[in-house]
Design a protein around this ligand. Structure first.
Ligand SMILES: Nc1ncnc2c1ncn2[C@@H]1O[C@H](COP(=O)(O)OP(=O)(O)OP(=O)(O)O)[C@@H](O)[C@H]1O
Ligand SMILES: [Mg+2]
Length: 279
């Protein structure tokens, strides 16, 4: 952290304190696809200790927002200010961002279908972004030396997520909900401090959806892992969110508590008669 000089102590301390209030500040994010403004200066702030949600109709730019701030897509315009734990991550690659503790799931789950659940879990420590299978080509002795420690850790996480009974199953054999849990489990192998979850309960039955949310809340409350959540299921959004940002056509049109968002006319208009529960 920048040393604070005595003369300017008061004001700078205030500024640092304000900045530290946020786990993530992603301000003025733009992304264009040809003539389409997928993100039009969107700003989303994630306060420490709060479950923050990003909602909006289909195609409003939610996944694109994750893709840009996690380094998978370039920013358009130069106006963005994106800070994770007070450090600028605007020019970082996906793996660098993941290594710093900000990790994400994808709307379409990206586990390794032909690997077992345990093998999937063991990819993560070697490859924090979870995108390559380079580890397969690493010398086995090196990998083996670390294996026992990671297996214990993986089993603890799988137990916590209640999918330890399918540890030897191929990922492709799991139900949709179990695959979503596995994706979260793989993130937990990396000791993250912020989880970005893109529709973690889409297509999951209500009982399992509630269980997944119960686990997410436990991670937040007991391990201090912050969460930024994209989700269409309004029941869980309204029940579990502390703060909600609403995107429409790439712009944040509302921010507030579940009660404030539910009473906001602009939000209802954005959904244009489309029932949020069914979106
Ligand atoms: N790689 C891409 N190339 C071109 N257009 C894209 C690309 N990715 C997204 N888009 C477009 O950008 C807009 C925002 O898409 P995005 O996937 O971010 O929406 P979303 O809010 O996540 O929607 P959903 O709720 O359906 O997942 C959409 O019009 C989409 O078609
Ligand atoms: Mg999406």
């Amino acid at each position: 952290m920048v040393p604070v000089s005595k003369e300017r102590n008061g004001s700078q301390k205030e500024i640092v304190k304000m900045a530290e209030k946020y786990e993530l500040k992603a301000e003025n994010v733009y992304k264009y696809f040809g003539g389409l403004k997928a993100l039009d200066g969107a700003t989303v702030l994630v306060e420490k200790g709060k479950l923050t949600s990003l909602i909006g109709p289909n195609g409003s730019g939610k996944s694109t927002f994750f893709n840009v701030i996690t380094g998978y897509l370039d920013y358009d315009e130069d106006d963005a200010n994106v800070q994770f734990q007070v450090h600028d991550i605007g020019n970082d690659e996906p793996a660098e961002i993941a290594n710093k503790g900000m990790v994400r799931t994808f709307q379409h789950t990206r586990n390794f279908p032909k690997m077992t659940v345990l093998e999937n879990m063991l990819v993560s420590p070697k490859d924090q972004a979870g995108e390559s299978i380079l580890w397969v080509f690493l010398g086995k002795p090196l990998w083996k030396r670390q294996e026992a420690k990671f297996v214990v850790k993986a089993m603890t996480i799988l137990k916590f997520l209640e999918i330890d009974h399918v540890v030897d199953h191929l990922a492709e054999e799991l139900s949709g909900g179990q695959q979503k849990l596995l994706a979260i489990g793989r993130l937990l192998m990396t000791q993250p401090s912020l989880l970005l979850l893109d529709e973690p309960v889409a297509g999951v039955n209500p009982t399992l959806a509630n269980k997944i949310f119960d686990r997410i809340i436990q991670l937040k409350d007991t391990k201090g892992i912050d969460v930024l959540l994209i989700e269409h299921n309004m029941d869980v959004i309204m029940a579990f969110s502390d703060e909600i940002f609403v995107l429409a056509d790439g712009k944040v049109i509302a921010q507030g508590t579940p009660e404030e968002i539910q009473a906001n006319r602009k939000v209802l208009d954005a959904y244009l008669g489309e029932s949020p529960d069914e979106a």
